[in-house]
Write a protein that binds this ligand. Structure first.
Ligand code: URA
Length: 226
C-alpha cells in the first residue's frame, strides 16, 4: 500500500497531514528517510514517525444485529464477541446494549473510535424501536422532546415517533445506563421489547438477528468524522 495510506490508516494524521510529515523528513521506512508519500510499503515495513515506530494494526469494523440473551462484555457468556468470527482479541463493542435488547451494535478493535463514539461529548444518534406494557401517554412526544431529569443525568431532547398506543421509535443522543427503559418508566410504562434500529446512521438493513457485516470504507470514514 502507499506510505501515506499506511500512516493515515494508523491514525498518524489525515492524508495531507502525513504528506506534510513526509516533506518535513519526519518519516523513515526501513531506516531510510522517506521522500515519496506514494512509495510502496507493506504491513511488515519498519516505519517511524519522529523516531517512534508505527506498527501496522489491521482494524476491523463490524455492524452486528445483536440477538437477545447476549451481553456486551467479554467476561460473561454468551457475549456478542462470540458471534464474530475474528481472532482479534482487541475487538470490543462501542457501548452496550442490555442483555434483553436487540439490534445494531458496532464492534471494532479501533479503540480510539470507540472512545470517541461513546464519550459524553460524542453525540451519536441512536434510534430504538420500543414496545411497552401499557398505553404510552398521548403527550409522550412533547415530554421526550424536553430534557428529562434522572439521578445521574439529564437527557437531551429526544425525538419520539409513535406507531400505535404501545409502540414507537425513540431517537436519543446519549447512551446512559438503561436510558430508554428509564425514560419510558418516567411516563409510567415498562419497556417489554427494545431493539436498536439505527446507530449513527447505520441501519440493520440486510442483517437478520445474529448476523453481522463489515463496514464499508465510506461508513468507517463517516464514523471517524463524527
Ligand atoms: N436503553 C436501554 O434501556 N437499554 C438498552 O439496551 C439501550 C438503551
Amino acid at each position: 500500500m502507499r506510505l501515506d495510506k499506511f500512516l493515515a490508516d494508523m491514525q498518524v494524521g489525515t492524508r495531507s497531514e502525513v504528506k506534510k510529515l513526509i516533506r518535513q523528513k519526519a518519516v523513515t521506512v526501513d531506516g531510510t528517510v522517506a521522500k515519496d508519500p506514494g512509495m510502496n510499503v507493506s504491513e511488515n515495513s519498519n516505519i517511524t514517525v519522529n523516531g517512534e515506530e508505527v506498527s501496522y494494526v489491521r482494524y476491523e469494523y463490524f455492524l452486528l444485529n445483536k440477538p437477545q440473551g447476549y451481553v456486551c462484555t467479554r467476561d460473561y457468556s454468551p457475549n456478542v464477541l462470540q458471534l464474530i468470527a475474528s481472532r482479534d482479541k482487541n475487538l470490543n463493542p462501542a457501548g452496550r446494549l442490555d442483555k434483553d435488547t436487540e439490534g445494531a451494535i458496532l464492534i471494532t478493535n479501533d479503540g480510539q473510535l470507540v472512545h470517541r463514539l461513546i464519550s459524553p461529548r460524542g453525540h451519536v444518534d441512536k434510534t430504538y424501536y420500543v414496545e411497552t406494557d401499557r398505553n404510552i401517554p398521548a403527550n409522550a412526544r412533547e415530554i421526550f422532546s424536553k430534557p428529562m431529569h434522572f439521578v445521574d443525568f439529564t437527557s437531551e431532547p429526544a425525538d419520539y415517533q409513535p406507531l400505535d398506543d404501545r409502540s414507537g421509535y425513540l431517537t436519543v443522543h446519549e447512551g446512559k445506563y438503561h436510558q430508554v427503559k428509564r425514560m419510558f418508566q418516567q411516563l409510567g410504562c415498562e419497556v417489554t421489547f427494545l431493539k436498536r434500529t439505527v446507530f449513527a446512521s447505520l441501519t440493520l438493513e440486510g442483517l437478520e438477528t445474529g448476523e453481522y457485516r463489515p463496514l464499508s470504507e465510506d461508513e468507517i470514514n463517516y464514523l471517524k468524522s463524527l
